[in-house]
Design a protein around this ligand. Sequence first.
Ligand code: HEM
Length: 389
Amino acid sequence: MPFDAFRELRQRCPVAWHPYKDGPGFLALTGYDEVLAVSRDSATWSSQTAGVFFDVPSPADEFQLSLMMLTMDPPRHTKLRALVSKGFTPRRVARLGDHVADMARAIVDDVAERGECDFVTDVAGALPSYVIAELLGIPLEDGRRLYQLTEIMNSGSVGDAVQTQAIDAQLQMFAYGTELAARKRSDPADDIATALLNAEVDGERLTDLEFNMFFLLLINAGGDTTRNLVAAGILALMDHPDQQARLVADPSLLPTAIEEMLRWTSPVTVFVRTATTDTELRDIPVKAGDRAAMFYPSANRDENHFDDPDRFDVGRAPNAHLAFGGGGTHFCLGANLARVEASAIIPEVLARLKDLELAGPVERVRSNLMNGIHSMPVKFTAVAPTSAR
Ligand code: HEM
């Protein structure tokens, strides 16, 4: 993450034109206030006009924008969000929380005796994929497979060969979603997939295509991000042994430590919006159709909002980071679930994988959307698993 460049931009030009490929480019928003303002004004800043990624969909693909919640504008977005929130109630998330602790223990058990593992694949990535499988009511192994497809999809913006693989992965996800909807219709169960298929808002239900797009969004938004939080969060603790010792000595710091990991690691790099009307940002005129990219990792190091922002502090409070977005209609639907997952797995890792240290180079995810770690070999003192599996 180019933190030095972000710092310079924040200080010299927090709203700056940036060229992009052959197009007109975009306004790079690196300051906290602008990210917040744009996030909270979906009337002026559309997610649907040209999507939320750097690349604008081709006319042939444009119709997809009106089908996925992340790239929809109100009023349709409001309706759909109300609908999917029904499958995502705090009660359902809380109930899942009981299982999450067991899953976290089992995941650490699987590696404890080995004394080494790839932390990303074996630990950080395992939990969100199991949790989403549990949410959707599908076998845990299917959750793992869908998670692998997610990573292929998210590296799709670099190079043609990778792009083809990404499309193929998306098609496989789609096929799975279609089959899942059919299965849950004929064999309903107490899971979010069934709840989503049955939920009604103003007498309307999700269409098949909408279900599929939401399924894709859920796997995509909920898997990689949480994995990156846990992996990069543990890396931050290894890089700051004083903070790790502080957290181990005082577990009551866990909630602030997780918020600090969110701020520090900012698992999502950027989402883009398009101006629907002429406006301005920091006195810079913006024309309807201009695009603005919100760089969350930069906003999360804004010195006007965080004391000593380049210090990793597990006790930091207040900590109004923007890792889940700047509020507004698209604020992360899974924020609490991600917190539940991190609160389950991080203490388990710290308590059981003693003397944890890197055993090889950390390989980052190649993506301009996700700020993540692809692989992180670690070693630790081997111990016997605690629970009967
Ligand atoms: C550390 C983990 C996570 C991070 C950092 C994260 C981050 C984000 C961000 C930045 C947004 C866009 C916010 C905006 O545009 O204002 C978002 C939206 C979303 N997230 Fe998350 N997320 C995480 C985990 C999850 C999980 C676990 C789920 C579900 C299982 C989830 C589901 C969603 C959905 C459905 C949206 C779209 C909401 C909408 O458009 O209305 N996320 N997330």
